[in-house]
Design a binder for this molecule. Structure first.
Ligand code: C2E
Ligand code: MG
Ligand code: MG
Ligand code: MG
Length: 295
């Protein structure tokens, strides 16, 4: 219970708090110790997942969840993924983390499925390094089989950077994931370097507009035009569009007027513990895929 209270306090305060940056810098400079510490922490269950709903148009109509990792360090408190994921991405450590998150997500899906809850797809953030590695598709297929979960309940969020390095490999892996029924999103869209020809060739489902463009989109700024451009791009490529980091009603209204109807952000829901997320997985709260696809 103390952990949970702490989780909420930190999540609320995250806009104005810089979490443990100096500690993390210390850890990062002693990379070796850091890697060891993360591996141990995975085993010691210092990590847990929180879930942030993706909502269609109005509050309380959920079309999906995103799993976000949290590290409850015994002495340093809660460490933000924005601090440790970039460091983990410099080595194969990120693969351990991603696999832990995938496994945990399957465990959660199975538990919710067994409880008879109305499932929605859960999106997992996958590092580009992991996407192009050999093991990802096999790992996921094995877990789907083991936990008895269909691929349509899993979505992967990938940032643009990876496409630059090996587009052919990305296309190959994504095609294998699609064959398993898994959905694929580009995360933080607009901040990377995707060329239009890459976008056309990748078997994608969704673009997520980066929150840096959403922040001032309601104020008729350059960011409004960027959001509009990204939305039009998604429409012409027949991709879903999701806006992340939506914090106010005017932002959601502006985005809707521009043609974006799926939102993620504090205005709707903050990332939540599994037990609170579970309460939302009922027919009343969830919008089925079919309804959404006719939007
Ligand atoms: P992301 O995937 O783009 O996730 C969105 C981030 O924005 C999350 O931060 C979320 O808590 C936060 N957020 C959501 N709504 C709002 C809002 O209205 N306002 C603001 N200011 N922030 C909002 P979080 O959980 O700290 O994660 C940061 C990044 O760390 C993620 O960005 C993702 O790139 C990475 N990450 C998180 N969990 C994982 C994971 O399990 N595996 C991997 N590989 N990366 C992860
Ligand atoms: Mg994401
Ligand atoms: Mg993002
Ligand atoms: Mg991000």
């Amino acid at each position: 219970q103390a952990d949970i209270a702490m989780y909420w306090a930190k999540e609320k305060g995250r806009d104005n708090a810089q979490f443990f940056t100096s500690d993390m810098t210390n850890i990062a400079t002693q990379k070796f110790g850091f890697e060891k510490e993360i591996k141990e922490s995975l085993a010691l269950e210092q990590f847990f997942l929180v879930y942030q709903p993706k909502v269609l148009k109005e509050k309380h109509r959920i079309i999906g969840l995103e799993a976000l990792i949290r590290w409850q360090h015994p002495t340093k408190g809660m460490i933000s993924p924005a601090e440790f994921i970039p460091i983990a991405e410099e080595s194969n450590l990120i693969i351990h983390i991603d696999e832990w998150v995938l496994n945990q997500t399957f465990i959660q899906l199975q538990a919710w499925q067994d409880e008879g809850r109305t499932l929605v797809p859960i999106a997992v953030n996958i590092s580009g390094r992991h996407l192009v590695s050999d093991g990802l598709v096999t790992y996921i297929a094995k877990k789907m089989d083991f936990y008895g979960i269909e691929g349509r309940w899993l979505e992967l969020e990938i940032t643009e950077g990876v496409f630059l390095h090996d587009i052919e490999r990305c296309i190959e892996v994504m095609a294998q994931l699609k064959a398993l029924g898994i959905k694929i999103s580009i995360d933080d869209f607009g901040t990377g370097y995707s060329s239009l020809s890459y976008l056309k060739r990748l078997p994608l489902d969704t673009l997520k507009i980066d929150q840096s463009f959403v922040g001032e989109c309601a104020e008729h700024t350059e960011d409004t035009k960027i959001c509009e451009t990204i939305i039009h791009l998604a429409q012409s490529l027949k991709l879903r569009i999701v806006a992340e980091g939506v914090e106010t009603a005017p932002q959601a209204d502006m985005l809707m007027s521009l043609g974006c109807y799926i939102f993620q952000g504090y205005h709707f829901y903050k990332p939540m513990l599994a037990k609170d997320t579970a309460l939302l997985l009922t027919k009343d709260h969830v919008v089925s895929e079919e309804v959404h696809d006719h939007e």
